[in-house]
Design a protein around this ligand. Sequence first.
Ligand code: GLN
Length: 271
Amino acid sequence: MKKSVKILSIVLALVIVIGCFAACGGKEEPKDESKVLVMATNATFPPYEYVEGGEFVGIDVEIAKAIANKLGMTLEIKDVDFGAIIGGVQSGKFDMGMAGMTVTDERLESVNFSTSYATGIQSVIVLADSEYTSFEDFYTGFDADENPAGVKEGIKIGVQQDTTGDIYSSDVPAKWGFGEDNVIRYKTGADAVQALKSGKVTAVIIDNEPAKSFVAANDGLKILDGEYANEDYAICVAKENTELLESINKALAELQADGTIDKIIKKYIPA
Ligand code: GLN
């Protein structure tokens, strides 16, 4: 009797161990979770990502959905502060970051970027009746190399925190920035635009398409002629997640080749 109980318990233990290997071991993750592609964004950036009728919409949202489709995954969007995207991607909290995000050397030290799917330009928004008519107007004069010598008294630049608008503006005047002290950082581009309307800042430096959206949605604003900086937008992925990066690049190439990306961009940015 005793012996058979012992054998039975050994058999039972083996069944449990083998069962666990089959169910939870190896590479097979629980089905539903492994099929979700978590994208971090900041949905205050029209026409790339914004909320309309309680839904996330925009160029990035649609391209991300098309990528997820190609990968046989369901897209899940997390709306976070722009500055929290890269850290969250690095730590594995999010699979990828897609937020009209510019590829920069500094960001490349923390994350990898996909191939670029769109381009952007930094633009300058001022009040329609602003005394400043060009970007050069913000500076006191120029040195022998034609770089700004200094910033005019009282100039304050509003930016969305942690964006390239913030990074460039915070640089020294000799590098076409305004110096840390003359930059006021806001959580969203919309907040920076409100600050411009209420006279707290002289100008807002932000990507051109959101700039156009903000100017269209608010009376009394205009975009200064000229381009402050040209940029490439791409999707960021954790350094070690090379498998996902390759899958995203492959999907992007296919979506570019079959015209899907072009169609999505044209839907939101009519020529
Ligand atoms: N393109 C800018 C950047 O990458 C702004 C992006 C954003 O505000 N969503 O910093």
